[in-house]
Write a protein that binds this ligand. Structure first.
Ligand code: GLU
Length: 445
């Protein structure tokens, strides 16, 4: 059976880097195994789900290059949940409860006061049919709990965390359905994982205790559970989940000039000890994606790393791909000259401005001024070609005795108005003869 994974966001907000990483890992895991990846929109909560977030989720995945092999929506599947729920009712695996949150809180406090674990006491299991009828007549509607099998230990071999053991006697029967009939996340998710033949559930470690109860739900619904793996959560470079990281979404990263390939390269390896390799495309990342490389320590997301990876990605972006984002008139030669200097494609416009001018007048001292007058005269006497920079600097070296920084820096300053930048040998042909002469002349005055 080939692998099927899913990413199951609730459309109650924008995705942040942590969710995107989970989505990417599920996709890479599926592609690694030559299988399928589903997008499951967990929109059972009608109040909080928004169509606009569904669209944003699709757009964010598309921007990263993640193409789901199918999309499902929980809100279209209530009939199935109803049918499966009826089976659990018939089998006595879900039961009706009426405690208010205040009553439950009180029970908890009493238990904790006695040094007992705050586990739901199953008082509602003692209600008889006549009690339920009475409650119904009084207008009380039940919520439903899943009855854990307390005699069977819960175990699974987690794809990242290794062997896991939970004692169901130490766990509360989870509420699976509210009094108004609406679903909590747990049961529909299991019903869907079964119906959609999900083979591998990869999600954040904040779901580990949900998995423990869901393991028994698979059994109660007559299915083998899928393989589970829980990845360590993301923390910022300072070692905590900062507010910024918790809400950092693609809009902000895109605006900061981050290329999808850079984010993919970084997120694919985040949580492993493997180096981030900006030259790997999604296919290569999928080919060597391996859950056993992931550790249990929190994965550090450092925005500076992302910008470094981004620069490496930008340095390899072909002209055709960059062109729509480049200033009018900037051609391939200019892109190739300028590209190695960019951390973000957007900065190309600054350098194109340096090429086309006007440039900021550089601060030149008297000594350099005389040298630049010589440079201007020398350049005027040269035949203009792609080798002009070499010829100019060779000639000036001879004539002035200058070398190294003394030779190159005043020329760069006069020709670009800046101290650093792309290779002059490549910039000079772009600036052009007349403009170069004019700039040297102006700086020499
Ligand atoms: N909708 C759930 C969430 O966003 C899905 C968790 C899961 O992957 O099962 O947390």
């Amino acid at each position: 059976m080939s692998i099927v994974t899913r990413f199951a966001p609730s459309p109650t907000g924008r995705l942040h880097v942590g969710n995107l990483r989970t989505a990417l890992h599920n996709w890479l895991l599926a592609k690694h195994g030559g299988g399928g990846f589903l997008l499951r929109i967990d929109d059972t909560d009608k109040e909080r789900s928004r169509e606009l977030f569904v669209e944003a989720i699709r757009a964010d995945l598309a921007w990263l290059g993640i193409a789901p092999d199918g999309e499902e929506r929980q809100s279209a599947r209530f009939d199935l949940y109803e049918r499966e729920f009826a089976k659990l009712v018939a089998a006595g695996r879900v039961y009706r409860c009426y405690e208010t949150p205040q009553e439950l809180e009180l029970k908890r406090k009493v238990q904790l006061g006695r040094g007992l674990p705050p586990i739901y006491d199953r008082a509602a299991l003692n209600l008889g049919e006549s009690d339920h009828e009475e409650k119904a007549e009084a207008g009380e509607r039940p919520h439903w709990r899943f009855l854990l099998d307390r005699d069977t230990p819960i175990e699974w071999d987690d794809g990242i965390r290794g062997p896991q053991h939970f004692d169901p006697a130490q766990m509360s029967d989870p509420v699976v359905r509210r009094a108004d009939g609406s679903w909590l996340y747990m049961l529909p998710s299991v019903i869907d994982d079964i119906a959609m033949h999900i083979t591998d559930v990869l999600r954040g470690e904040d779901h580990v205790s949900n998995t423990a109860t869901q393991m028994q739900m698979f059994g109660a619904l007559g299915s083998e559970p899928p393989c589970f793996a829980h990845e360590a959560l993301l923390v910022g470079s300072e070692g905590k989940l900062s507010k910024r990281l918790g809400s950092l979404g693609l809009d902000a990263l895109r605006e900061a000039g981050i290329e999808p390939a850079a984010l993919v390269a970084l997120l694919a390896r985040l949580g492993t000890a493997d180096p981030v390799d900006a030259s790997l495309d999604a296919g290569a990342l999928a080919a060597n994606f391996d859950l056993s490389r992931f550790g249990r320590a929190p994965a550090r997301f450092d925005e500076e790393d992302l910008h470094r990876v981004n620069a490496a990605v930008v340095h390899a972006v072909p002209f055709a791909e960059a062109a729509p984002r480049l200033p009018h008139g900037m051609d391939e030669a200019a892109w190739l000259a300028i590209r190695p200097n960019l951390a973000h494609v957007g900065e190309a416009a600054d350098w194109w401005q340096v090429v086309t001018g006007p440039i900021a007048p550089p601060a030149i001292d008297d000594e350099a001024r005389a040298f630049l007058a010589l440079a201007s005269e020398t350049l005027a006497g040269l035949v203009w070609s792609d080798h002009t920079w070499r010829e100019l600097t060779d000639a000036l070296k001879q004539a002035s005795g200058r070398k190294g920084k003394e030779l190159f820096q005043p020329l760069r300053q006069a020709l670009t108005g800046r101290d650093h930048g792309p290779e002059m040998a490549m910039l000079l042909p772009l600036i052009g003869r007349d403009e170069a002469l004019a700039r040297l002349h102006a700086a020499a005055r």
